[in-house]
Design a protein around this ligand. Structure first.
Ligand code: AMP
Ligand code: ZN
Length: 113
């Protein structure tokens, strides 16, 4: 999608620090990390959010698998990590290209309200 930030990152038109890549996914460091390790895993094809990804279960599985591989690469697979899909206004989602947050590398706090 022409006006999508993450589509531009995937195309290489906006710089990113890549961590992991497959045929269908790309993972890069979040520009405003919320924990010592904060990586975003995105589908290379544009899908708006987790609601849309639910129609593509193979891609959803590929994103989760890539997230686990990112955790391994970052050395947090055993210490613990958090996967987050922010979806919709109540979750404060800001980028309209589905992305899996991989957070960890230190003790995370509770989250919610
Ligand atoms: P969300 O609030 O779930 O939509 O998350 C969007 C995430 O994208 C935020 O954590 C931002 O810090 C991150 N972000 C925004 N622009 C960039 C960028 N150019 N490179 C890397 N991460 C970004
Ligand atoms: Zn996009």
């Amino acid at each position: 999608m022409a006006d999508c930030l993450f589509c531009k990152i995937i195309a290489g038109d906006i710089p990113s620090t890549g961590v992991h890549e497959t045929d269908t996914t790309y993972a890069f460091r979040d520009i405003n990390p919320q924990s010592r390790v904060h990586v975003l895993v995105v589908p290379k094809n544009h899908h708006e959010d987790a609601n849309e990804l639910a129609n593509h279960p193979n891609l959803l599985a590929a994103l989760l698998k890539a997230g686990v591989e990112v955790a391994d690469i970052e050395g947090i697979k055993d210490s613990g990590y958090r996967f987050v899909f922010n979806t919709g206004d109540d979750a404060c989602r800001t980028v309209f290209h589905a992305h899996l947050h991989v957070l960890g590398g230190e003790q995370l706090t509770d989250f919610g309200r």
